[in-house]
Structures are given as C-alpha cells and as structure tokens.
Design a protein around this ligand. Structure first.
Ligand code: SF4
Ligand code: FES
Length: 381
C-alpha cells in the first residue's frame, strides 16, 4: 500500500480561521456479521482488500491528535473484525485520544474484550437492534445476536469499562423505548442513545419498512421526555430526532466541516457518514493527503462550510447558525439538490412533500427488509 506520510500539513489559503474538529469517526471496516436495514454505511460497501492497513491507520490517528481531535470513535461495520484493533487502541491512547469503541458485540469473546480493555479503551458503545431477542434477531438478521450482546454488556461492566447502549428506533421497535431504558439500566449503562433512523443509504432503501407513524413518533418523544426527568443522574438519554415529522431540521454534524470528520475503511475522508450520496463531491484520501490538508483544503469539506453556500431562505433566517441549514444529504435525497434548504424545515417548499412521503410509508405497512449486504461481486478475494 502506498502511504505518503507528511510531517507538516500543507496549509491551504482560507478566508476565515477554521474550527478544530474535536471528533473523528474511524470506520475501520465495512465487514459485519449483522445486516441492519438502516445501516449508516454506504450502499456500496468497501471490501476487505480496499481497507487501510495498520500503519496507515496509526499515522491517521497521530495526525488527528495533532489536528486537535480529542475523541476517536472506532466503528465500522464491526470494528472487532480488525485483528489489529488492540494495536490501534494502544496507539490512540499513546497520542492522547479519548477512545470510544462502537460495536455490535456479536463474535466478541471475553478474551478479546479483556485484550481491548488492557489496550486502554475508554468507553464502549454497544448496539441493540431491539429490547428483546425476537426483535434484535429479526432486525439484525442474526439468530442469537441478542443473547450474545447481553453477555458482552455484562463482560464490559465486569471489566469496569463505561458502557452506552445504542438503539436505532423505527416502526418495528419504537414501542420498545421503555424496554430499551430498562435494558440499559439492568446492564449498568450510564448512557443510552435513542436515535430515530436517519433516511440515507440503506435506511432510505428501507424507508417503507422502517417509517413509524406520526402518532408513534410523538408518543416516543413523550416517553423520552418523561424518562429524562425520572432518570436524571442515573441514566443519560441522548435522542436523535425523527426528521420527517419535525418542524425544524437537526443541526446535522453540528454544521458541515465544523466539528468532526469521518474516515472510511479505504481512507476517504468525509464530512458526514452519508456524504457519498452527494454526487460530484471530491473526497480526498488519507493515502494521498494528510488529515490537516483534507480538513483545511479538500473541496468536499469546503463545499458547505459556513453560511455562504446557503439558499436565500436560510441565509436570511435567524436559525442559520443554529441548525446550519439542516442536513445536506437529506436535501440531496429529497430535493435532489444538496444546497437546498433541508426539507425537514417547515419553511422549505418541500416540507409538505416530506411529510406526505413519511405518512404514505408509515401507512403502506411494508414489512420486508432489504438487508444490508455487499452488493457487488467480490472478484479480488
Ligand atoms: Fe434552518 Fe434554513 Fe429552516 Fe432557517 S430556513 S430554520 S436556517 S433550515
Ligand atoms: Fe450528511 Fe447530514 S448526513 S449532512
């Protein structure tokens, strides 16, 4: 593999001082034993033979720390599919990065967890596709997944590693939010993330089978609000809002190119996990550029930075530096224009259309998933 290390970032001319990214999502691999229909990975998954090697990842972590990144999220696919994960964690610790492992937990033995713990991981996020075995196993298309996850959660706590439960909610499990909360408490988690499915990539493909009704969504919001009060100081609940029924869009990524970056298994650096759904963006790769160069000068990062790119509707709006015009990938998916106002905003001319799509999907009652999988034949392996 050709790696071009550079000791000094090449500073690109920028009009205003750039913010420093404090978080980096490192998608170490797209390999995963589960097949969640809302997976945030792209529909075209990177094959194993396209993945960055260990040496490249270690260099990227060093560059991230020098750039000012404080937290690295080791994710995938399933990051434990990488046999060099412990080496990466040790290196992240060495260069001063807070290291969060995001895992589905399936296939992770107690011995592996012990090694991950000894490497110095700071925190583990464990996904549950349902609060019961029936739902988890169905949504992930993996029999026995739930039981394995329970065992991993107990082992994580036995090792004294702080634990967060991740649950993506949609029509098949949105009624389980109280059970997800109980599950998190019973497993000794201090935090739970309840994220409504975000409709890009795989989830967009499966929107008909995932979209909850408006009533379900508003009931879920009430359940979360009540639980936040009741569990204050015991369990932190982070919620990602359901866009399609919202009045205002989410501040996606807290603004494009403002706080974080994603590195794909093959080394492309993206402003968000779904950015590749936007055509004609030029994503630079860590094989050819340092992370600092990419952050400062890559065309993809500069495409929607700040507010100059915004349509007049957003540029003249008092919320423009609160939600940064919403989500570029959603604008692309619904409006066909990544520079449009996010249709989740009630001021967007497409807001009614978005709502109609959601209601039609929720009413249609599709139940079959198009499960996440490698879609192209693998000739190289
Ligand atoms: Fe946000 Fe633009 Fe809507 Fe204003 S008009 S609330 S900036 S998306
Ligand atoms: Fe790409 Fe929101 S997911 S900007």
């Amino acid at each position: 593999m050709n790696v071009v290390p550079r000791s000094e970032p090449i500073a690109a001319p920028v009009a205003v001082p750039l913010p420093v990214p404090y978080g980096m999502l490192a998608e170490l691999t797209h390999r995963c034993p589960l097949m969640c229909p809302y997976c945030s990975n792209p529909v075209e998954l990177d094959r194993r033979n396209a993945e960055l090697d260990t040496e490249s990842w270690l260099r990227v972590f060093g560059e991230a720390a020098r750039l000012g990144v404080l937290q690295v999220h080791l994710s995938g696919g399933e990051p434990t599919a990488r046999r060099d994960l412990e080496e990466m964690i040790r290196h992240c610790v060495k260069v001063g990065l807070y290291t969060n492992l995001i895992t589905a937990g399936v296939g992770v033995t107690p011995e592996r967890l012990q090694a991950i713990s000894e490497a110095g991981v700071d925190h583990i996020q464990l996904s549950f596709q349902g609060a019961t075995a029936e739902v988890t196993d169905h949504v992930s298309n993996f029999r026995g997944a739930h039981e394995r996850k329970l065992a991993v959660a107990r082992e994580v706590r036995r090792l004294g590693i702080p634990l967060t439960i991740n649950s993506v909610v949609h029509r098949a499990n949105i009624h389980q939010i109280p059970d997800f909360l109980e599950l998190a408490l019973s497993l000794g988690a201090k935090r739970i993330e309840i994220a409504h499915a975000q409709y890009y990539g795989w989830a967009l493909r499966n929107r008909g089978a995932l979209m909850p009704t408006r009533e379900q969504v508003f009931e879920a919001l009430d359940v979360v609000e009540e639980a936040r009060e009741r569990l204050k100081g015991v369990l932190t609940i982070d919620a990602v809002v359901p866009d399609y029924y919202a009045k205002y869009p989410k501040a996606c990524m807290n603004g494009w190119g403002r706080q974080s970056l994603n590195v794909t298994p093959s080394g492309k650096v993206l402003p968000c996990h779904a950015a590749e759904t936007i055509p004609n963006l030029d994503f630079w790769n860590v094989r050819e550029h340092s992370l600092a160069e990419i952050w400062q000068a890559s065309p993809a990062f500069n495409a929607f930075r700040g507010t100059d790119w915004m349509p007049e509707l957003c540029r003249s709006c008092e919320r423009k530096e609160k939600d940064w015009g919403g989500c570029r990938c959603q604008a692309m998916a619904i409006a066909g224009d990544a520079a449009a106002t996010d249709p989740a905003c009630h001021k967007s001319p497409l807001h009614g259309h978005l709502l109609a799509l959601a209601e039609a999907d929720a009413a249609a009652g599709v139940t079959d998933y198009d499960y996440r999988r490698f879609t192209t034949p693998d000739r190289a392996q």
